[in-house]
Design a protein around this ligand. Structure first.
Ligand code: PLP
Length: 385
């Protein structure tokens, strides 16, 4: 059975072109880039090229790129590094809908005495900028707010947010894991100080990422040891993955507009048909300010997990906003923060598309969804018979 992969916010298929670039770096060009000899030196050239490819996608200087082990490390490094560099300031502002790579770090810091403010969102997943403005004070060391939400695709108005932080001289970090490669960025023209990205979300390898650090940003290294990454992140570089990430960024930069148009067309077709053909279904999140690839849809009275299992039988991979599979009965913290009713939050499904999806796959899924939903509703104790 063919796999239809609509779970690209979880991870993406690595591009064949990326693999080709990585191959020689395992058994042929295996030198250490820090070595003095020519054999090692040629690896350093590959890393430099990857740094330029990433910088070109982000619209920043190569020297502002630090390679890390992924989105989670970049988020940890940004938050803890920014705080360590400003020990006199003790307040962090974030949102209730961040990825755990940010939220868990902030909550851990709170238990160590930091004041943490988690801003709420409205029913469309939008922030109240006046509340953010009110919260920024002289004790604020860092504002960390994601660029786009991984569950709903809702994008926050980062330009407006960073006007507020820049005005007050507060360091601003954004978890950009879900936007990089999907939305054109120009960091040189923005007020973003720190941005995290992850290789495996843009058709690159897993276990590699980047922390962008604007020149002059107050920041202490998170991992210390050797002098790699100009002393900003110690440890021998994961060369094949860094080179792969560079290639993934180059591919993304070359196609961002055409790909987004295609992905958005497919996502919109899928979303519209499902909402029309499945009664008591609704879209979660701001319809307009959203990633072009993500649709988060709730189906009243049925469990998201049950829908996923039935989709899986047809080879269709999506994901659910509920955490039942991990042993908890709590629905997603993002949908809860948006005030999505309990029954609807439990029945939510996220479809996230990529450049590799086809119209045929979308049509097939549109055909399968209504009978699945009808069948589960027939079994549901919550539906009046
Ligand atoms: N931040 C967001 C918004 C994510 O979606 C993810 C991955 O799901 C991460 C951070 C973590 O990235 P990584 O898997 O590279 O550690």
């Amino acid at each position: 059975m063919k796999t239809i992969y609509f779970d690209n916010n979880a991870t993406t298929k690595m591009a064949e072109e990326v693999l080709e670039q990585m191959k020689p770096l395992f058994c042929e060009l295996y030198g250490n880039p820090s070595s003095m000899h020519t054999f090692g030196g040629q690896i350093g050239i590959r890393i430099r090229q990857a740094r330029e490819q990433v910088a070109s996608l982000l619209g920043c200087e190569p020297s502002e790129i630090i390679f890390t082990s992924g989105g989670t490390e970049s988020d940890n490094a940004a938050i803890k590094g920014a705080l360590a560099a400003q020990p006199h300031r003790r307040k962090i502002i974030t949102t209730r809908v961040e990825h755990p790579a940010v939220l868990t770090v902030c909550r851990e810091l709170e238990s160590h005495g930091y004041a943490v403010v988690e801003l709420g969102v409205d029913k469309y997943g939008r922030l109240d900028l006046a509340e953010l403005e009110e919260q920024i004070d002289d004790d604020t060391a860092l504002v960390t707010i994601m660029y786009a939400n991984n569950e709903t695709g809702v994008m926050f108005p980062i330009d407006k947010i960073t006007e507020l932080t820049a005005d007050r001289g507060v360091v601003f970090h954004t978890d950009g894991v879900q936007v990089v490669g999907k939305i054109p960025l120009n960091l040189a023209r923005s007020n973003i100080d720190l941005l995290s990205l992850s290789g495996h979300k843009l058709h690159g390898p897993k276990g590699v990422g980047v922390l962008y650090v604007r020149k002059g940003t107050r920041m202490s290294p998170f991992i210390v040891g050797g002098h790699q990454e100009a002393g900003r992140r110690a440890g021998t570089e994961n060369v094949p993955s860094i080179v792969g990430l560079g290639k993934a960024c180059e591919l993304a930069a070359g196609n961002i507009k055409q790909e987004n148009d295609k992905v958005k067309y497919l996502r919109d077709k899928l979303e519209k048909a499902i909402l029309e053909k499945c009664p008591d279904s609704m879209l979660n999140g701001d319809k307009e300010n959203r990633l072009p690839n993500t649709a988060n849809i709730s189906f009243e009275y049925i469990e998201g997990e049950a829908i996923l299992l039935m989709l899986d039988k047809y080879g269709i991979c999506a994901s659910s906003g509920s955490a039942c599979t991990s042993g908890s009965l709590e629905p997603s913290h993002v949908l809860r923060a948006m005030g999505v009713p309990f029954t609807a939050a439990h029945g939510s499904i996220r479809f996230s598309l990529s450049r590799y999806n086809t119209e045929e796959e979308v049509d097939y899924t549109i055909e399968k969804m209504p009978p699945i939903v009808n069948h589960l509703r027939e079994l549901s104790p919550f539906v009046a018979k």
